[in-house]
Design a protein around this ligand. Structure first.
Ligand SMILES: [Zn+2]
Length: 169
C-alpha cells in the first residue's frame, strides 16, 4: 500500500488505554490508513520514530490560545508539546464579541495581555472565527464565547441588570 507519510518504529500509544506497542503508522492524505509493520512505497516520506512515542494530539482543555492565536498562527509552542486542540474562553472572556461602543474600554482593561493580541476593531464572534480560519491556525480550536463579553456586548460596563434587551453594537 502506498503512503504519503510512514512513521516507522515508534511506540504507538493509541489512546484506547492499552499499553504502547512498537509499530508503524501509514498516512495517506490527512488520514491514518494503516497501523502495523509497514513498508514505504516509492516517494513515501519516512519518519524514523524509534525511541519516540507516536500518539494522537493532546487536547489542552483550558487555555487562552484565542487571545494570541492571531499573532502565533503556527502555534509552535503548542505543537511542540503535542497539543493539537485548544479549548478556549472558559474563564469568561474571549476576543469576541467586542462591540464598537465598548472597544476602547475593553482594550484598556486588558492592557496586561500581550501587545498586539487584542482586537483593534469591533468584531462579532463569527468575524473572529473567520479571521482565525483565514490565518490558518495550526491547532484545532474549540471556542467558548466569554460570558463577560456577552454581558459587556449587551449592557456595556454599567453596573445594572441586563434586562432590557438592548445591544451596544
Ligand atoms: Zn482560563
Amino acid at each position: 500500500m502506498e503512503y504519503d507519510i510512514l512513521i516507522q518504529g515508534g511506540t504507538i500509544v493509541d489512546g484506547t488505554g492499552q499499553a504502547g506497542f512498537t509499530g508503524d503508522v501509514g498516512i495517506l492524505g490527512e488520514k491514518i490508513v494503516r497501523i502495523g509493520r509497514l513498508e514505504p512505497g516509492e516517494g513515501t516520506n519516512v519518519i524514523q520514530a524509534q525511541g519516540m512515542v507516536v500518539c494522537p494530539g493532546f487536547i489542552d482543555a483550558h487555555c487562552h490560545t484565542d487571545v494570541y492565536a492571531a499573532d502565533c498562527p503556527d502555534a509552535a509552542g503548542k505543537i511542540m508539546q503535542g497539543v493539537t486542540t485548544d479549548v478556549c474562553g472558559l474563564c469568561g472572556d474571549s476576543p469576541a464579541p467586542v462591540g464598537e461602543g465598548n472597544l476602547r474600554e475593553y482594550i484598556r482593561r486588558r492592557e496586561y495581555k500581550l501587545p498586539g493580541s487584542e482586537p483593534a476593531e469591533a468584531c462579532t464572534f463569527g468575524e473572529y472565527r473567520d479571521r482565525m480560519n483565514r490565518l490558518g491556525n495550526t491547532t484545532n480550536m474549540a471556542l467558548f464565547t466569554g460570558n463577560a463579553n456577552l454581558r459587556v456586548h449587551g449592557v456595556g460596563y454599567e453596573n445594572r441588570a441586563a434586562s432590557d434587551g438592548r445591544w451596544n453594537r
